[in-house]
Design a protein around this ligand. Structure first.
Ligand SMILES: [Zn+2]
Length: 463
């Protein structure tokens, strides 16, 4: 009988991969022990085993087997042959349809027997299940750290991270202690804010007299606001925006001050430039195309009238609110739901922004690859946990850094394929922040009868 051999080279982070020569040798021996001729050896170089990648040798082998070129298939182990339960079923179906003998030698599963096939199926679905559980464990871990008040990611402005070491100099733990000068700056900012000073004015002060951000950058209203409203300032720990308890780090301001700052900064009046209460998407944001004034809300006139945006400075330009909002939302969502939306958001420092995005993508790819290797049985659950434990915090840190330097950081929370649904859920304040950070909206003056023309709303990107 004629047999074919399929061998796959893959890589794992621990460097324990099974050499292809070893696989081939064992398979050849298995063939000769059965008195079979080896008609062909398929060697797949599948070094980065991501799900999307096609395996040309594997495809060719399936074709050849279906064409009757061999009566047996020898693989070292099932996880060398198939990477997903779906693939496994394809191979079993093919073997059944063409009476092909399946031999796997390295593993303890023999696909030639019904028992072996069942074991292979179970092994595949167990691997799946454990990958799902892994993701849950990682989420739980981050939640646990939060509940214990332990810091996540970078040491924030206001503290310095101190490492504990044992007598041999190895790091055994870390804690964040107050950095006097930075903490003074935060206290000063909080006092001024509570005393009625604007975020913008605090920003100017900090840029003139204060310490720069941790990246050595100038402060922006966004970074000042973020710094002042952090729960950590009051020795509290938050997780996904909710306060879960005390932090292990020392407080810089009192809890009372913190809650007053939060309330103040959450006050929508403070969050737009002109102190207009945002009941509408674009009041105080859209501009008049005739005089450059900010558009305000114009009440509906008459019974059938619709509310509008109107310029109160020259009073000569107005447009139906429904039309303007629809145009602007359409443009924003068109951009934010693009797969590369994250990359399209402007940052204070474009080069550094690109570096961070590349880093996030690279780290994410490493996680995906590790998960694939685990599913394929190449690495153990412990190895996957270790890799994931090392990579996750790096992703979080890079994401935080990116958000801190993105003026449209609110847009980061919406960007992605399901942007439309998330936009629906977002508050008006968030929507306004996103529009304001990303674009300039101008209502162009039009002649009579053209007030419903979408072209009369001009949208320009800020980047
Ligand atoms: Zn005007």
């Amino acid at each position: 009988m004629r047999a074919v051999i399929y061998a796959r080279i893959s890589r794992d982070a621990e460097g324990t991969h099974l050499g292809v020569n070893r696989q081939l040798e064992d398979c050849r021996q298995a063939a000769s022990a059965r008195g079979w001729d080896v008609a062909h050896e398929y060697i797949e170089n599948d070094v980065s085993a991501t799900k999307a990648r096609v395996r040309p040798q594997y495809q060719q082998m399936l074709k050849d087997l279906a064409a009757g070129k061999a009566g047996a298939l020898i693989v070292w182990d099932v996880d060398r042959l198939t990477r997903t339960p779906r693939e496994l079923e394809d191979v079993i179906d093919l073997a059944d349809a063409h009476s092909i003998a399946l031999v796997s030698i390295g593993g303890d599963i023999d696909l030639a027997t019904p028992q072996g096939r069942m074991t292979a199926r179970i092994k595949g679905s167990v691997a799946r299940h454990e990958t799902d559980q892994m993701a849950r464990r990682i989420r739980r871990k981050s939640q646990e750290r939060a509940q214990q008040g332990l810091p996540n990611g970078l040491c924030p402005f206001g503290w310095r991270r101190v490492y504990d070491t044992d007598d041999r100099g190895r790091v055994t733990g870390s804690r964040d202690v107050v950095h006097d000068a930075e903490a003074d700056q935060i206290r000063d900012g909080v006092a001024r804010l509570l005393g009625g000073e604007s975020v913008r004015s605090i920003m100017v002060r900090w840029n003139e007299d204060g310490l720069p951000t941790l990246r050595g950058k100038k402060w922006s209203t966004t970074t000042v606001r973020q710094t002042l409203r952090r729960a950590a300032n009051a020795g509290l720990r938050d997780h996904h925006g909710e306060i879960v308890g005390k932090s292990t780090s020392e407080a810089i301001i009192s809890e009372d001050e913190f809650y007053r700052v939060r309330a103040l900064l959450a006050d929508p009046d403070r969050r737009v430039h002109h102190g207009i209460i945002p009941n509408y998407l674009l009041t105080g944001i859209a501009e008049c195309g005739r005089c450059g004034g900010k558009m305000r809300y114009l009440k509906a006139r008459g019974k059938s009238g619709t509310p509008s945006y109107g310029c109160r400075e020259c009073t000569r330009v107005a447009r139906t609110m429904g039309l303007v909002d629809a145009v602007v939302e359409g443009v924003v969502l068109g951009r934010l739901q693009r797969p590369d939306a994250l990359a399209a958001l402007p940052t204070v420092d474009p080069q550094r922004g690109d570096e961070l995005r590349a880093r996030i993508e690279g780290l994410q790819a490493r996680l995906d690859e590790a998960a694939d290797l685990f599913t394929a049985g190449t690495i153990t659950g412990q190895q996957l946990t270790r890799i994931t434990g090392q990579v996750r915090p790096k992703i979080e840190t890079a994401r935080e850094s990116l958000a801190a330097m993105t003026p449209a950081s609110a847009a980061l929370s919406i960007a992605g394929p399901d942007a439309v649904a998330r936009w629906e859920d977002a508050t008006l304040v968030t929507k306004r922040e996103i529009v304001d950070a990303l674009m300039t909206v101008t209502i162009l003056p039009v002649g009579p009868g053209r007030g419903r023309d979408p072209e009369s709303v001009k949208v320009e990107w800020k980047s």
